[in-house]
Ligand binder design. Structure first.
Ligand code: FES
Length: 304
């Protein structure tokens, strides 16, 4: 569902900014890859190939190391040093097989296809915004480009923003810095995909980004959309209406004189179980008229 919404949002941004370099940012761990699956897969393949059983009981939740730090896992499992050395050699030689990479990506199927689709759009880029520390830059690019080969997706050094903190430190601040990094390079950041709500919240609250909620639209109820909604008596049960009103207000801030088709297009995706759709379209059209007549200019929704 989020992929469809992203595609719709991207198309809208492209129509508003036809000549900008648009970029969509993705987190890595938990959004594109779960490297624990890769580590587990290669260790299980070691056992199968060597008819051993070191990792029979190893579960995904036991793996808390990154793909290039398997030695600390082996040491914690008390694997004798000599045996650990030969296992590590096996891991190094076999980690990057297509099978193991796909294991790491399996929980996130569809994401690479979305990236591929974005990368073939004109003047459109995919950037990575990760909490991985800077010292993992080379191996991160290596991992992702191994995986990218399968999907014809390419990741570059410039479009990879990493954290200046250690792994355990807060992730929110590097994510905010990442968005600024891409903006400073001249890209228009149109979306950021991250599995951690805290990161998304931090980015949305950061300087340069404004979020307006239904309560803040215009507490006096004089926003053109609010006026039009009252005129047309749009709500029935009211359940969907906050989302409808905010969607309409954001839409009119970007497109003050929409056609009916554009209104329908924009409001598609918000579901109203009371089927107030006809009144919604009428009200959005009316809100555009009120706005054009300059009856009120308060409470605009803005995007940073
Ligand atoms: S008014 Fe009831 S769900 Fe939309």
């Amino acid at each position: 569902m989020w992929m469809k919404k992203l595609a719709q949002h991207f198309e809208k941004m492209r129509s508003i900014y036809p000549s900008d370099r648009l970029i969509v940012l993705f987190d890595i761990d938990g959004t594109i890859l779960d490297m624990r699956h890769m580590v587990l897969s290669v260790l299980h393949s070691y056992d199968q190939t060597h008819s051993s059983s070191h990792f029979n009981d190893l579960k995904i939740s036991d793996i808390d190391v990154h793909e290039n730090h398997v030695e600390s896992l082996l040491s914690r499992m008390k694997i004798p040093a000599g045996k650990a050395k030969s296992i590590l050699e096996w891991v190094t030689a076999n980690l990057w097989t297509p099978e193991n990479l796909l294991e790491a990506h399996l929980p996130f199927s569809g994401v690479m296809e979305v990236m591929r689709w974005l990368q073939i759009q004109a003047d459109t880029y995919v950037g990575l915004n990760t909490g991985r520390p800077e010292y993992m830059r080379a191996e991160t690019l290596n991992s992702l480009n191994h995986l990218g080969k399968e999907y014809k997706v390419r990741f570059t050094d410039e479009l990879l923003h990493m954290s200046s903190n250690e792994w355990e430190a807060s992730m929110e601040q590097p994510k905010v810095e990442g968005v600024r990094y891409y903006r400073d390079l001249g890209y228009r950041v149109v979306a950021f995909i991250d599995n951690e709500p805290d990161n998304l919240l931090a980015v949305s609250e950061a300087e340069g980004t404004n979020i307006t909620t239904i309560e803040g639209l215009d507490p006096a109820g004089k926003h053109p959309v609010q006026q039009a909604w009252i005129e047309h008596q749009v709500p029935q049960c009211g359940y969907c209406q906050s989302g409808m009103i905010m969607q309409a207000a954001a839409f009119l801030a970007e497109n003050p004189d929409p056609t009916d088709d554009e209104i329908v297009d924009n409001m598609t995706g918000n579901i109203c179980r009371c089927a107030t759709y006809f009144r919604i379209v009428d009200a959005v059209r009316r809100a555009a008229e009120i706005k054009a007549a300059g009856k009120t200019g308060v409470g605009e929704v803005s995007h940073g």
